[in-house]
Write a new protein. Structure first.
Length: 393
């Protein structure tokens, strides 16, 4: 706990973390706000799901593009315009209804593509704001705290939708802008500049280690996407309406606990070895949930399944910080967001197929398989996860 108190006492650290979390609330709010709005205006479940997925995929695609531009031009010149554009996308969507489908699709794409890369930007800032010994703790606290976004965000949407579904969309964009303003008005964000980089199209993807890491974390995203759908299948099969929300909250609580414990004290083990062991533990945690037992035991299994999630992400951030080629650090962190997000979208689709084929047990089993594949990919490419493997510019 002292590690986190010292971190929060560091000038500007709490402000940057708080502003970034506020600005990232749309990540947890946008998909649900779009679904509720579409249904309220007479759109089908199929259309609501398609628009929500489109928003998520557009956000995943836009992060590395904006990250690359931010590495070149700095943070405020990219973050603020993108936040304003994302708000405009939500506003157009709120004013359009669902009948003008081309405009609806365009507004959804803009809202997703223009999502400011606050997550990647913050991780690029930590080495500038903090002493090296505290950066790992910052990564862990960041990874743990982001679990709150997917718990608090939907609750805010539901509360705003009591006023109107349009209000929920507008609030989603407005909170993104508010958090962005907190970040871009900070001294460190204004001062940060990316290092000169090699003139090549691949950017951080020219690092073999980062390619291995991104592939592995894509499978982690698949496991998360599967879990988010499988809990709904569990709730339907058991006839417990609240089960999906409880199980998702339990998993998030486990991730929060695991992240805080992981970041509380330094560990001498090399980051690549740590990450391999953490992925093994994460994959093992998904095995018991495939049993889909009665609700009390299932809740405990869900909590355990999340314990190693935030440590995996935090350790992954440490590896990125080491392996990102010069001048590509923000883009490299943005690719992590993209990998997990794209994997999540794939996992949702796979969970539906598995549930139709074999019910709740088969659906949860896909999470365990995805966790195993994440571990195997990283273990096979572990030799690329060292600074010596970083290609020269």
């Amino acid at each position: 706990m002292r590690t986190y108190l010292d971190f929060l006492r560091t000038p500007h650290a709490a402000r940057l973390l708080g502003g970034t979390l506020l600005g990232r609330l749309p990540n947890g709010m946008g998909p649900l706000a779009i679904v509720l709005y579409t249904r309220a205006h007479g759109g089908s479940y199929a259309l609501a799901g398609a628009l929500s997925a489109l928003y998520g995929l557009a956000m995943a695609a836009g992060q590395p593009v904006l990250g690359r531009i931010m590495d070149r031009y700095g943070q405020p010149r990219i973050l603020l315009p993108s936040a304003l554009l994302a708000l405009a996308g939500f506003a157009v969507l709120a004013l359009t209804g669902v009948d003008a489908l081309p405009l609806v699709v365009a507004a959804t794409l803009v809202a997703g593509l223009a999502t400011p890369p606050l997550e990647a930007g913050l991780r690029a800032l930590w080495p500038l704001v903090l002493e090296p010994a505290r950066v790992r703790a910052a990564y862990a606290l960041d990874a743990a705290a982001q679990e709150l976004l997917f718990t608090v965000g939907p609750l805010i949407v539901v509360a705003a939708a009591v006023v109107s579904e349009e209000a929920a969309l507008l609030l989603t964009g407005a909170l993104g802008l508010a958090g962005t303003l907190v970040v871009v008005t900070s001294r460190h964000s204004r001062a940060w500049r990316g290092e000169p980089r090699a003139a090549d199209w691949a950017g951080p993807l020219r690092s073999p280690g980062l390619r291995v890491l991104l592939t592995s974390l894509t499978f982690v995203g698949v496991a998360l996407g599967v879990f988010s759908v499988a809990v709904v299948v569990y709730a339907d099969e058991r006839g417990i309406e609240s089960a999906s929300g409880v199980l998702l909250a339990a998993m998030s609580a486990g991730a929060l606990i695991g992240g805080l414990v992981y970041g509380a004290r330094p560990r001498p083990m090399a980051a690549d070895r740590q990450l391999t062991l953490l992925l093994c533990a994460l994959a093992a945690g998904y095995v018991p949930v495939a049993l889909a037992p009665a609700m009390p035991l299932m809740t405990m299994f869900a909590l355990v399944s999340g314990v190693f999630l935030a440590p995996v992400l935090a350790c992954g951030f440490t590896v990125v910080d080491v392996l990102a080629p010069r001048g590509t650090v923000t883009e490299a962190f943005a690719w992590i967001v993209t990998a997990v997000g794209a994997g999540g979208a794939l996992g949702m689709a796979l969970a539906g197929v598995a549930a139709n084929a074999g019910g709740v047990h088969a659906s949860f089993a896909v999470s365990a398989v995805a966790g195993l594949l994440a571990t195997l990919v990283l273990a096979a490419g572990r030799r690329t996860l060292t600074p010596a493997a970083v290609p020269a510019p």
